[in-house]
Design a protein around this ligand. Structure first.
Ligand code: ATP
Ligand code: MG
Ligand code: K
Length: 661
């Protein structure tokens, strides 16, 4: 089995693998360590990752990003309208109550949910990892924002399963960073009472997370987390887009904001400018044929950039303040501050953070772009049975409190009807046993206890649990039913089962007294005894298994189609290459090894193949047609090549022989 960790970023994703010498962040097919988080659809095939990015400008309406933002959401979520829409060029649609896109694929309109899109994308990452490891990839740990809700986590697990992956854990982004930090530190305090407190700050493309973590030897304890879910590099880019749209409207009389394509082009230019401004006091922008054939140019000073983005910069300290308050720690009690995520390169962000910490030195000891993937890979290694890593306990906490509610039992008027089973800060994972006194079957519902803190529009309902076959005991009292609930390693809530118990009196041997007074006595003691499991039915706010199976089948078919398109392309290229290669060599290096008749036959064959390749039929033929044509030419051409090759090798062999003599 392989060990793989994925940082599913909104802009780019990174993949880590564990090998016996350590953890490596691996490169994709064009040798990049980060792979664009994009899926695109064309009349012929899908492009995913790097190839989707390459084709984005010409196919931007059928290129879909924001994958991690929209999985598990609905089209009606007010946040989609308010924050997400402006970053998406594809048409958003509702698909059976979840959000999806409508794109042109294979010449027809098609809809896909974001679960499917993420599955397609994870499939690409899986292939990149498999190519690097030269083995099939299944076990993974995927990093997610700590603010992901139950339904987002379930959707991501579905997506991973659709891609044939087995997520051992969804790990919260900053927890992954903390794990990567802690596991390599040799000097952590021995005692858990003298923990080292580190504040981790991740500002990425779309979101901003803070966590305060206590470290001691062999363990980390997440103390608190805080988020700004709508704060990241893309918001800075968009502020620049709005600024230059106005400027270019004045300067060139073009209405950029009303042309999605122009906004897309301008965004690319603005992101570049933003990065240049991190290292320079002033930067140019230059967008060729922005719209109406206008080549737009401009420039901006860093101070102006900071003024334009003050509405964002003013929010930088808030999550840090909140995280410290929740952890009950002051700035002075924080031993180190570690920054990760691409947007912590913005000088003004660094300054605001630094000033919050009264000038404390900010740490960049972690690889800013790769720390999450690295940590996720460590987590996968420690969960994997095939890998031995140093023991390092990760004590993470729940972000949102979860309550369980039920109807009052008729025979028990004083009974409460709800309980916050997993409060904020509850450890993850965690199992709790609830006790109910019932005279018959009953239902429980789980939901988030503070819906106002969830991403806006999230349905707080998590699931329903029906406990059947509950009967009053012969004694006439209420049955005592225990229900097992678990917040698992993914941060997902499950009802795991129910069983009845009864109180019985049992004879037990009890030891009393000490020394000479020591006596053994038989006594009747009351004991709780398990009576047997109740049949149960659990239902969650997730797509049902049948739909996941359908999506798995569809993904498998699309992946197979893509593979066939690529192989067809490959065989077409091979045929073309054979034609050109042999034609030029027949007059060159093969000339003395070929007879006149052979040569003219082969040349005729090559010509015929070339004509066919450029005909309508040959332009777009099947893989087997290209293979067949190539094989036919090889029957004529390969013997000639062989003769040449043999005579090339012969003198070499002779000279080698001479040397030996
Ligand atoms: P998210 O964490 O929101 O899912 P992500 O993980 O893909 O997104 P990162 O890779 O951490 O995001 O960061 C990407 C962001 O960092 C982009 O907005 C990018 O423009 C920005 N960025 C990268 N380098 C610089 C730089 N030198 N100056 C300013 N911003 C930068
Ligand atoms: Mg990130
Ligand atoms: K292990």
């Amino acid at each position: 089995a392989s060990v793989v960790g994925i940082d599913l970023g909104n802009l780019n994703s990174k993949i880590g693998v564990a090998r016996h010498r350590g953890i490596d962040i691996i490169v994709n097919e064009v040798s990049n360590r980060a792979t664009p988080s994009l899926v695109s659809f064309t009349p012929r095939q899908r492009f995913i990752g790097e190839s989707a990015k390459t084709a984005e400008t010409s196919n931007f309406k059928n290129t879909v990003g924001s994958l991690k933002r929209l999985i598990g959401r609905t089209l009606q979520d007010p946040e989609v309208e308010e924050y997400e829409k402006k970053f998406i060029n594809a048409q958003l649609v509702d698909v059976n109550g979840t959000i999806g896109v409508k794109v042109n694929y294979l010449g027809e309109p098609n809809t896909f949910t974001f679960t499917q899109l993420v599955a397609s994308y994870l499939g690409r990452l899986r292939d990149i990892a498999a190519a690097e490891l030269k083995q099939a990839v299944s076990d993974v740990v995927i990093a997610v924002p700590g603010w992901y809700t139950d339904i987002q986590r379930r959707a991501l697990i579905d997506a991973a399963n659709i891609a044939g992956l087995n997520p051992l854990r969804l790990i919260n982004d900053t927890t992954a960073v903390a794990l990567g930090y802690g596991i390599t530190k040799a000097d952590l305090p021995e005692s858990a009472d003298a923990q080292r407190h580190v504040c981790f700050i991740d500002v990425g493309h779309s979101n901003y997370s803070v966590s305060v973590v206590g470290f001691s030897k062999g363990q980390l304890n997440v103390k608190s987390t805080a988020y700004d879910r709508h704060f990241g590099g893309r918001d800075f880019d968009y502020a620049l887009v709005q600024h230059f749209a106005k400027e270019f409207d004045k300067k060139y009389k073009i209405d950029v904001m009303n042309s999605p394509k122009a906004v897309f082009r301008l965004t690319t230019g603005c992101e570049r400018m933003k990065k240049v401004l991190s290292a320079n006091g002033e930067a140019p922008i230059n967008v060729e044929s922005l719209m109406n054939d206008v080549d737009a140019v401009g420039s901006l000073k860093r101070e102006e950039f900071e003024q334009l983005t003050e509405f964002l910069l003013a929010r930088v300290q808030d999550p840090i303040k909140e995280a410290l308050a929740k952890a009950g720690l002051t700035v002075d009690q924080i031993d180190a501050v570690e920054l990760v995520g691409g947007s912590t390169r913005i000088p003004a962000i660094k300054e605001r953070i630094q000033s919050f910490f009264n000038g404390k030195t900010l740490g960049f000891t972690l690889n800013q772009d790769e720390a999450i993937a690295r940590g996720a890979t460590f987590a996968c290694a420690s969960l994997s049975p095939v890998f031995r890593v140093r023991e390092f306990a990760v004590h993470d906490i729940a972000t949102y409190p979860i309550k369980v509610t039920w109807e009052k039992e008729a025979g028990n008027p004083d009974e409460d009807t709800e309980l916050t089973v997993f409060p904020t800060g509850n450890p993850i994972p965690s199992t709790k046993i609830l006790t109910f006194y019932r005279q018959g079957p009953f239902e429980l519902e789980a939901s988030y206890a503070e819906p106002e803190n969830l991403p806006k529009g999230t349905n707080p309902w998590i699931g329903k649990f029906t406990v059947k076959n509950v009967e009053k005991p012969a004694s006439g009292e209420l049955a005592v039913v225990k229900v097992k609930t678990r917040l698992n390693l993914h941060g997902v809530l499950n009802f795991e089962g129910a069983y009845m118990v009864e109180e019985v009196e049992k004879e037990e041997t009890v030891t009393t007294g000490e020394g000479e007074d020591k006596k053994e006595e038989k006594k009747l003691v009351k004991k709780i005894q398990r009576k047997g499991d109740c049949p149960v039915v659990a239902q969650y706010a997730a797509v049902d298994k049948k739909l996941v199976d359908d999506m798995t089948e569809k993904e498998g078919k699309m992946a197979a189609d893509d593979k066939l398109v690529m192989e067809t392309e490959d065989r077409k290229n091979a045929l073309e290459e054979y034609v050109y290669d042999n034609r030029s060599k027949l007059d060159g290096r093969y000339a003395i090894y070929v007879q006149e008749k052979e040569k003219s036959d082969l040349l005729a064959g090559l010509q015929e193949a070339e004509d066919w390749l450029y005909s309508e039929e040959g332009e777009d033929a099947t893989k087997s047609q290209y293979v067949e044509r190539l094989d036919k030419l090889k029957v004529m051409g390969d013997p000639i090549q062989l003769r040449w090759k043999e005579s090339e090798d012969r003198p070499k062999a002779a000279s080698e022989l001479r040397e030996v003599l």
